[in-house]
Design a protein around this ligand. Sequence first.
Ligand code: SF4
Length: 422
Amino acid sequence: MRSPRSLSLTSSVHEENETEPPVVVSTSGTESQENSPEPGPNLSPPIGEVSKRFKERYFSDTSNDQWNNWQWQSAHSITTWQELGYYFTLSEQEMMSAHMEKRLPMRITPYYASLIDPVNTLQPIRRTMIPVQDELLLSPEEKADPLGEENQSPVPQLVHRYPDRALFLTTGVCAAYCRYCTRSHMVSKKDKVHSSLVVWDAALKYISEHPEIRDVLLSGGDPLTMSDSRLEYLLSRLRQIPHVEIIRIGTKVPVVLPQRITEGLVGVLKKYHPLLMSIHFTHPDEITPEVAFACTRLADAGIPLGSQTVLLKGVNDEVEVYRKLAQQLLKIRVKPYYLYQCDPIPGSAHFRTPVSKGLEIIQGLRGFTSGYAIPHFVIDAPGGGGKIPLLPDYVAERNSEGYLLRNYEGKYFLYREPIDQF
Ligand code: SF4
């Protein structure tokens, strides 16, 4: 069967990037390897059973090499309702949203689309990708920029909220657009975030003039949608700033476009250690052979991997679901790092859970599985207060003797404070 994309390509990650300034040659002299073929037979990324079935049904004349090519995946992403209706049986709720003014665009890679149930509208991954009419319902607490990032931005696309670190919004492009995105007011909007070198230079200048910044988080949008050479330009410029000790990349690409994690990309990244990566995972169904391969490749390059997960109603708000995700993440060498309360962006009420849900999940993990599998549950304080951690109440009482503590089984233990004899 031929997909509508094989007849007409209307947009792609590349087309969006074409409006940006020309790619700058790497300062290290290394040629971009983004167009290189995938590594030899033993290192070819796998195609899992689920995506294989999807590929055979909709892209039977596409070779495995094409399917495993991230540019091919980007060029064949679903971006229109016509395409969406071709792959999935759409509900009335979903169809109704086709006519609404979108706050967020739609984009789903063929690989990630293969993980979506074609009929069941309640399937978790489907809910995070396919727009529904509920996105039109606004609540008073919702804000376009819920974290107040624009007020903490000394130069465009740089947020300096915490004392020793800065957030660098490198691009507005994502490989797939999540329906609950905190930065829905800026992703994909060229007047808000773009990869212009003029903007980047101003951000780099600010970082270089602020020696207190020792940690820079590259985010967006998704930095890994950019070419290897463009990324390398940015990484090498950051590494030229002596006080930048740590570079972090926040990305969902290894989950929605694992084909992007090529040997060429990893070869670039590992030149700029210490470099850490926070990967946006949502549900255990995302842990496929393709994703395991991509994460292994990153971990083998010495990149510490952590996960960031947004707590979402009907998607991952059950203890069993999150526990399974956390345990599977550890198996592919990703440390569950943050579990976020969903930010109140416009039209997000259908995704947001009570805060007690997050506490219930942490309580259902602590003591019941390895400590490494337990993330920090945080609320990013509305208006720009930063991440505030929340814990179930394990301190039953504090008195002159010490702390009366409650363990994971609900049993109580007294911990006596040391007597100060000195
Ligand atoms: S990948 Fe991140 S920045 Fe992009 S739409 Fe999803 S949450 Fe937003």
